[in-house]
Design a protein around this ligand. Structure first.
Ligand code: HEC
Ligand code: HEC
Ligand code: HEC
Ligand code: HEC
Ligand code: HEC
Length: 196
């Protein structure tokens, strides 16, 4: 949701440049799955350029430095906050209401927790910046649930978030990354599995 808001905001500023740019990339010779390694560098420049265009940075600047590490050390699990990751396409970012389940009582005197409470009291969500994600224009579909069912670890695709504070983009979700694993695991590599 945050992502599409941002994408729309950016698109209003300069739609034609990006459409032309991505169309040019997509009209090139379609890469074969076996050529994924050769194909990857070309992608990286397009993908990186698109992400930069949409303001997604490797190190997103978050409104509050949410410490993943502290919460995992206290035995919180990924699914406690990213509640829909096992159920469908989207992992989900927790509402400030989820934070308040604990922080209405825990560490209430700390300045950062006062900031969290401030959002909750005003009834507004914390405006987290997206770290991972495809632009709509990339025409990629992704679905978490089948990967979790197939026991692919979060860390395979997101790195060691359990030891990060705010999440950082440490894995490049380029096409080669996806198709190489699909090939190894005999998952579908039809273009339409991942593209629309
Ligand atoms: C397992 C998933 C997967 C499959 C299968 C797949 N792709 Fe992709 N493809 C991706 C991802 C992920 C990206 C990167 C999107 C981004 O970050 O911009 C991508 C990017 C692309 C791009 C954009 C070019 C660029 O430089 O970014 C084209 C064109 C493309 N794929 C064509 C194809 C074709 C043709 C097939 C079938 C032979 C195919 N893809 C199969 C996942 C897949
Ligand atoms: C399951 C309970 C639980 C939930 C849910 C939870 N936290 Fe925490 N949080 C903790 C505990 C426990 C600590 C460690 C407190 C301490 O060290 O005194 C902590 C620490 C923090 C700290 C560090 C405070 C400091 O200055 O040391 C921040 C910031 C924080 N949480 C933000 C959040 C946000 C934002 C959310 C919602 C996205 C959230 N927490 C959800 C239990 C929780
Ligand atoms: C096979 C790779 C893969 C695995 C495994 C994976 N993710 Fe993701 N994750 C992605 C991709 C790709 C995106 C971006 C999807 C998009 O924008 O459509 C993403 C996005 C996210 C987001 C951003 C919000 C959202 O819902 O899109 C969160 C949070 C997240 N993942 C958490 C997790 C957690 C927690 C786990 C483990 C339980 C996990 N992921 C496992 C690939 C993966
Ligand atoms: C207490 C709640 C909480 C727990 C537990 C938690 N997360 Fe998060 N996660 C968040 C919040 C809040 C954000 C948004 C701030 C940020 O990006 O760091 C986030 C962001 C992320 C993102 C970046 C999403 C995007 O694309 O913007 C990923 C990936 C992620 N978490 C993975 C994990 C994994 C893997 C685990 C388990 C090891 C985990 N999280 C456990 C609250 C949590
Ligand atoms: C580490 C291995 C691994 C990586 C990396 C991976 N996948 Fe997959 N993916 C799988 C497996 C295994 C399945 C098959 C699950 C099954 O058969 O139910 C799958 C299935 C899928 C499906 C089909 C879901 C469905 O509804 O049946 C899509 C779509 C998909 N992956 C997209 C992606 C994209 C896009 C990426 C890259 C961002 C990616 N995958 C990266 C292992 C991986």
């Amino acid at each position: 949701m945050l992502r599409s808001n941002r994408a729309q905001g950016a698109l209003i500023l300069q739609p034609l440049a990006l459409v032309a740019f991505l169309t040019a990339a997509a009209c090139g010779a379609p890469p074969s799955v076996d050529a994924a390694k050769v194909f990857t560098p070309a992608h990286q420049s397009t993908g990186e350029a698109a992400r930069e265009f949409f303001g997604m940075r490797a190190v997103a600047v978050q409104p509050i430095p949410f410490p993943h590490k502290t919460h995992i050390a206290k035995k919180a699990e990924c699914v406690d906050c990213h509640e829909s990751v096992e159920k469908g396409p989207i992992a989900g970012i927790p509402s400030v209401k989820t934070c308040m389940i604990c922080h209405s009582q825990i560490a209430t005197d700390k300045p950062l927790i006062k900031q969290v409470t401030g959002y909750a009291d005003k009834g507004i969500e914390i405006p987290w910046q997206r770290v991972y994600g495809f632009t709509r224009e990339a025409h990629v579909r992704f679905n978490h649930a089948p990967h979790i069912r197939a026991s692919v670890a979060c860390a395979t695709c997101h790195g060691d978030v359990a030891n990060q504070t705010v999440a950082e983009r440490v894995v490049d979700h380029n096409m080669g990354f996806c198709v190489n694993c699909h090939k190894q695991k005999n998952a579908s590599n039809d273009c339409l599995t991942c593209h629309f």
